[in-house]
Design a protein around this ligand. Structure first.
Ligand SMILES: Cc1ncc(COP(=O)(O)O)c(C=O)c1O
Length: 383
């Protein structure tokens, strides 16, 4: 065994999610699988091979470190695109390995040109345009200098894409801001085209934008959360359901997280359980210890709040979450014994614990909870 819990990843759920995403974005739009944040906690080395088996051949990562991890497990036919950090001294590696990267300022553009000259290969770049998120990207005052540099260094650069990112496409509260971003992007697009600067592709959409703003799909969509079976937020799911004639959530969660009962104890009425005085036994109780804690990504804020499935029943976390342990009340599950399965996320019998219910209790976004799942929990691919 040599582990305290496991995360199962369902390949058939990925197949099914990709089918739905394809239906939404249409057949002519390429899907880039966003696998930053350790493939949203699914583990890059576990996820990329099954994603490739499912037909994905474009991966978006945050860093050169993640790009290297993809490269090490990929079938070699996929495109890898770094959307965030690549250090100057990592540029020659990227260029030699045809790893694509975002260029959002002159510092990186000039460094990329220098690295391309030294490696004698072209840097494959995506120009990021500032459209209103005010995070990264060239704004229109920089376009003239940018165009001149691009033309001057044409033989050192492959302009693969021109792109942007929206500041909250999942929420209707940001509607005007996103619509304005789309306008600004299209204006920039026309400006570059008029200058004779034509990238192979234009891309801008994350999951929520791809669902809610069809115009943002362009040539390629960068899909993260949806491929893993989650909506960006409840609003995006409701938007999808009301726009289609569907009544049920078509996406399927890929992960299940499971552990086992480590120990069982009887506790008398009036005793405190665990550290401090946060839980007082108000009756004679039977409790079980489960070998996961905040060191395994199970948030401390789930103390006296979290729920697990044991013996086909829903059981409650009692007391504080420890570094490596939690205690649960199994008084009403007399059949529970040492080594029995404990479901932290997933299904048991007719019951289910979703990431959403879990993250609501701990006040975390789906995104945050998933990406905090530690690397050292084994991932097992199931069908
Ligand atoms: C630039 C960029 N594109 C695409 C995505 C994918 O977003 P989502 O997981 O909502 O699809 C992200 C994620 O935050 C991102 O930062």
């Amino acid at each position: 065994m040599f582990h305290t819990s496991v995360i199962e990843i369902s390949k058939s759920a990925l197949v099914s999610n990709l089918k739905y995403i394809r239906k939404i974005v249409g057949k002519n739009v390429r899907i880039s699988s966003v696998i930053k944040g350790n493939a949203y906690g699914h583990h890059i080395e576990s996820f990329v091979p099954i994603a490739e088996e499912c037909g994905l051949d474009h991966f978006s990562v945050f860093s050169a470190e993640e790009a290297l991890r993809v490269k090490n497990v990929s079938n070699g036919k996929s495109q890898i695109m770094i959307m965030g950090i690549i250090d100057i001294n990592e540029l020659p590696w990227a260029i030699n390995n045809q790893v694509e990267f975002y260029v959002f300022d002159f510092y990186r553009l000039e460094a990329a040109i220098e690295a391309a000259k030294t490696t004698r290969k072209s840097a494959i770049i995506h120009l990021e345009i500032e459209t209103g998120m005010n995070r990264t990207g060239f704004d229109n005052k920089q376009f003239a200098k940018l165009a001149a540099l691009l033309k001057e260094n044409e033989k050192h650069l492959v302009l693969e894409g021109i792109c942007t990112h929206y500041a909250g496409a999942e929420s209707i509260a940001n509607y005007h801001r996103v619509m304005n971003q789309i306008k600004v992007f299209n204006k920039a697009r026309t400006w570059f085209e008029n200058e004779g600067i034509k990238p192979h592709i234009f891309h801008s959409a994350c999951s929520a934008a791809a669902v809610r703003y069809p115009k943002t799909r362009m040539n390629l969509v960068r899909i993260g959360i949806m491929q893993y079976g989650f909506w960006s937020n409840a609003e995006t799911l409701i938007h999808y359901l009301t726009q289609s004639d569907k009544h049920n959530n078509p996406l399927k969660r890929l992960i299940s997280w499971k552990s086992r009962i480590m120990g069982i104890k009887e506790v008398k009425t009036g005793e405190f359980i665990g550290y401090g005085t946060t839980y007082l036994a108000s009756r004679d109780m039977r409790i079980a210890t489960i070998p996961i804690g905040y060191a395994q990504g199970f948030s401390r804020s789930l103390g006296n709040q979290g729920r697990f499935l044991i013996g086909g029943e829903r059981v409650s976390v009692i007391g504080t979450v420890n570094m490596n342990l939690v205690t649960v009340d199994i008084t009403n599950v007399p059949q529970a014994g040492h080594g029995d399965e404990v479901v932290i996320i997933g299904e048991q019998g007719d019951l289910s614990i979703s990431v959403a219910s879990f993250s609501e209790l701990s006040n975390q976004l789906n995104y945050e909870l998933l990406t905090r799942l530690p690397d050292n929990i084994p991932r097992i691919i199931i069908d």
